[in-house]
Design a binder for this molecule. Structure first.
Ligand SMILES: Cc1cc2nc3c(=O)[nH]c(=O)nc-3n(C[C@H](O)[C@H](O)[C@H](O)COP(=O)(O)O)c2cc1C
Length: 225
């Protein structure tokens, strides 16, 4: 173990909360031993288990199906997220931990064991898709810094909505409609991935908007489907 690595007990030591979905980078290996890294959402089911929802056709899903393992890397680095989607991920980005690829320079990571897979068809706002639900037990957690904050979109949804709230009574109807549509989208995100406090905050903001400028669903009912 490197000098700056701290072993952690369970997912709560990574500040994960039950039911929240965190944006992470999943690292895997194919049968030829080639490394892969991709952003994926990870739901904290309880202190020792995570759930992933993987769409068909990703290398990540193929590798997990073939090797039955993966690592969850925790970072807030925008360039890591961007490069793992848009760029060719350089082998220099990886290091080995107990013979498994993880990312260098992340805040922490964990390896998993006992993967269970279920395949379902899901309908959401993007239409119908074929998904694999992967449940896995946390095997070993390593923190590279004392305090790790896993990335959750709930707080950003609340902050974006609050910014719009402060301006929603100062703009013309066109802009107000745009703000309201964004707030509704932020509410969808917070309800799906956020903490109970994020969800509570969104309800408060939506209630306060109604008090401030009236019922915007009613006002824009012709335009909101
Ligand atoms: C923040 C973020 C979260 C994502 N979460 C998921 C997810 O939970 N499941 C999924 O199938 N794809 C998810 N994606 C899309 C995959 O990262 C994307 O399809 C990627 O190209 C897959 O790479 P791979 O083929 O190397 O596995 C996410 C993308 C981003 C940017």
């Amino acid at each position: 173990m490197a000098a700056n690595e701290i072993k952690a007990k369970n997912l709560y030591s990574l500040n994960m909360k039950n039911g929240c979905l965190y944006e992470t980078i999943i690292t895997t290996q194919n049968l030829k031993g080639e490394y892969n890294a991709a952003p994926m959402g990870v739901v904290c089911k309880n202190q020792d288990e995570v759930v992933l929802y993987l769409y068909e056709g990703t290398k990540t899903l193929n590798n997990i199906q073939n090797t039955s393992t993966f690592a969850v890397n925790i970072t807030q680095d925008p360039l890591i997220f961007t490069e793992t989607i848009l760029g060719d991920v350089s082998p220099d980005l990886f290091e080995d931990y107990k013979s498994f690829p993880v990312l260098k320079n992340v805040d922490g990571f964990f390896l998993v064991k006992n993967i269970a897979k279920k395949d379902v068809v899901r309908k959401d706002h993007l239409g119908e898709s074929h998904l694999f639900i992967i449940t896995a037990q946390v095997q070993e957690i390593v923190k590279n810094r004392e305090y790790v904050i896993p990335l959750n979109r709930g707080i950003y949804a609340v902050i974006e909505s609050l910014v719009h709230y402060t301006r929603i009574d100062m703009v013309d109807d066109e802009k107000q409609f745009i703000y309201w549509r964004r707030i509704k989208e932020m509410n969808r995100v917070a309800q799906k991935v956020g903490s109970s406090d994020d969800k509570k905050s969104m309800q408060r903001i939506i209630g306060a908007i109604k008090e401030k400028v009236g019922d915007l669903d009613e006002k824009f009912k012709e335009r909101i489907n």
